[in-house]
Design a protein around this ligand. Structure first.
Ligand code: ADP
Ligand code: MG
Length: 647
């Protein structure tokens, strides 16, 4: 019912697109009865296979941004396991397994191996992952070649003939349409939105509570199983496998080219692109013979240069630029916070597909009420809060944090100041588990959290912002907000649901509070530095945190906005959220906090009320350095705007 409503609610373009899809589907269903011969049906089945492989490739390459150069390994594995089980040589009777269980086992084997290998290779980023997967592909193919007793070696295996092309045609049609529908649905769930968050900024996603490793490996494994399934079907139809035809690089390349042509990271992209590529190749082959691959290569280069967002991206900004395939995170790095250049970027046209937003949210109220799986170990209110004891962090010979004790009680607002390089950000990184501390303990309400993964810490209610802003740049402000939910509370069922109205309302409310409501449909990458800071604060608040660590929340923010931020933070604090504020703006900290901790060269130099620490001669000396004397007046005026004190 909901799906029908969405269908009808789309704009005229969307209705037209979907009508075209329905006509195409009807034609495909009727094709065998329209007099198509076996060879046509066979060609069509091969096309379905390349569409399916491209859809699966796009799950990791397009959605999570892990560009797999060895994806065909899963196809070959599915094909080989199926062939081994079914082959005539496999047993003395000359009759192998029946096809269905053989193909299912082939797919499962590919999925299981993908999970294992993905766990190892998906620790790698960018080109390293791609090359590792290419290596996996080559290694598996060689193992198949060498292990002749089982695989038939270079000679290959023969399967029993079965030539009902029409049945194959329909089976593959159903499977490929089902796969496309599944991916379409998945992309709209929190799971799908989380995959895109991983692509946009994996560390940021992890810090906001997304179990990134689990999700990306699960996706990789599913893609492996699904490609393995089509590999098994292909082996059955082909009635013969050998290492060169089952494991061919061209299959991976086709998946990549089809996806790029259609639109990387989109649902329809790999489908449209693979179909286009398939027919393009047929036409080129018929007309150019030996030169058809050259022509195909040239065409691909032209596509990347002229339509980097592919067919889908040409109509809809959701297509992801090929040129940014290996864009290095973090978002915002390299652009100084508040750089005005970003503010001047033209607005990208908004897509017509707002109903398709990744709705990844969850009712904050529900999380606060507790009772859900992720809240199990969430500490109750009114107790100790966050405590770092004797935190040490070394980088080579440099001790960036040297035995610091720091504590934030529930609902408290604590300032953390100190000259540049004194270790404030590193201390934040230790507390939020972005880095492993070399010593000391981190406790939340008395429970040791020193060994937890960052997303676990986030799920316990500690959220943070980053000195170098981390937002999901290709997603809209609203999507950024709705992705930053309390992931601990949603459970497995919630993961496969769309957002709920309570979270949408909450995002709306926070965007209004942070003066972002006019920008909710803008991609976050087009906001000014100051606006992105506000967005990051909003994202940190979406998860119903009990404590927020803000790293330089006002740096680069227009001074006229700083007062507003201060008021907003105060309001939020009054609602019971504790803050630990790293600030270079001493006046800002002095106005907000009852207690200030001063770091210098990795050690705690002073602690007390703003007045006490400002009056401390050691602080004045360390903090203001050579300019200390002239800065003293400001230091004695904690209410004043003492900005940019670093030397
Ligand atoms: P602050 O946030 O107070 O300006 P940081 O925590 O960023 O200080 O840095 C503390 C010290 O640690 C600095 O000397 C900095 O150069 C060093 N440092 C921070 N991160 C790294 C890193 N990843 N590798 C090596 N040194 C680092
Ligand atoms: Mg810093």
């Amino acid at each position: 019912m909901n799906a029908l409503r969405q269908w009808l609610a789309g704009g005229p373009g969307q209705v037209a697109t979907r009508a075209a899809a329905a006509v195409a589907l009807a034609w495909l269903v009727l094709l065998p009865s329209l007099g198509a011969g076996d060879s046509t049906l066979f060609t069509m089945t091969l096309m379905f296979t390349s569409v399916a492989v491209a859809i699966n490739w796009n799950l990791t390459g397009g959605f999570t941004g892990y560009v797999d150069f060895g994806h065909a390994v899963w196809f070959g594995l599915g094909a080989y396991v199926t062939a081994i089980l079914m082959s005539l040589q496999a047993n003395s009777l000359g009759i192998g397994w029946p096809p269905v269980p053989a193909i299912v086992i082939g797919a499962s084997a590919a999925g299981a191996l993908a999970a294992l290998i993905g766990r190892a290779t998906m620790r790698l980023k960018g080109p390293y992952f791609s090359i590792a997967m290419l290596g996996t592909f080559v290694a598996v193919r060689e193992i198949v070649r060498i292990w002749g007793g089982l695989t038939g070696g270079g000679v290959g295996l023969t399967l029993p003939p079965y030539l009902n092309r029409q049945l194959f045609y329909y089976v593959e049609l159903v499977l490929v349409v089902g796969l496309a529908a599944l991916v379409w649905w998945l992309r709209r769930t929190r799971f799908g939105a989380a995959l895109v968050a991983i692509r946009e900024d994996e560390l940021g996603a992890e810090m906001r509570g997304i179990a990134t490793t689990r999700l990306k490996v699960a996706t990789f494994s599913f893609a492996g199983a699904s490609t393995g399934l089509f590999g098994g079907l292909w082996a059955y139809q082909n009635t013969f496998v050998d290492p060169d035809i089952a494991f061919t690089e061209a299959r991976t390349l086709d998946a990549i080219m089809g996806t790029l042509l259609g639109g990387l990271g989109t649902v329809a992209g790999p489908v449209l692109g693979s179909v286009a590529l398939y027919w393009l190749r047929e036409v080129l082959w018929a007309n150019l013979l030996d030169y058809h691959l050259v022509a195909q290569g040239v065409l691909l280069i032209l596509v990347v240069l002229l339509v980097p967002r592919g067919i889908v991206g040409a109509f809809d900004r959701r297509g992801r630029s090929v040129r940014r395939l290996w864009r290095s995170p973090p978002s915002g790095a390299g652009t100084p916070a508040g750089s005005p250049t970003e503010a001047d970027l033209p607005d990208l046209p908004d897509g017509p597909d707002s109903p398709d937003l990744p709705d990844a949210t969850h009712s904050g109220q529900a999380a606060a009420a507790g009772g859900t799986r992720g809240d199990r170990d969430r500490p109750g209110p009114g107790r100790a809060g966050l405590e770092g004891a004797g935190i040490v962090k070394r980088f080579g010979g440099l001790t960036a944090v040297d035995g610091v004790d720091i504590e934030v009680a529930p609902g408290e607002m604590v300032g953390l100041i100190g000259p540049n390089g004194s270790g404030k950000t590193t201390l934040f990184d230790c507390l939020s588990r972005v880095v492993n501390a070399d010593g000391g303990a981190i406790r939340l309400d008395g429970a040791d959290i020193s060994g937890l993964a960052p997303h676990r810490v986030a799920r316990l209610g500690v959220s943070r912002t980053f000195q170098i802003i981390r937002v999901y740049r290709d997603l809209t402000v609203r999507e950024n907000m709705e992705l930053s939910i309390q992931w601990g509370g949603i459970g497995l069922r919630g993961l496969f649901r769309r957002t709920d109205s309570a979270t949408r309302a909450k995002a709306e409310q926070l965007m209004e509070l942070l003066m972002l409501d006019g920008l909710s449909d803008e991609p976050a990458g087009t906001l000014s530095g100051g606006q992105r800071r506000l967005l990051e604060i909003g994202m940190a608040l979406m998860s119903d945190p009990r404590l927020v660590l803000l790293d330089e929340a006002t740096s680069g923010v227009n001074p006229s906005l700083v007062e507003d931020i201060k008021d907003r933070l105060r309001v939020i604090n009054e609602q019971g959220v504790a803050f630990l504020l790293v600030e270079h703006n001493v006046g800002f900290v002095a106005d907000l906090c009852e207690r200030v901790v001063v770091l210098d060269a990795g050690s705690k130099l002073a602690e007390g009320t703003p007045r006490q620490v400002m009056d401390d001669p050691a602080v004045v000396e360390a903090y203001f350095g050579a300019a200390g004397r002239s800065g003293e007046a400001a230091a004695h005026d904690p209410g004043g705007r003492t900005e940019g004190c670093e030397t």
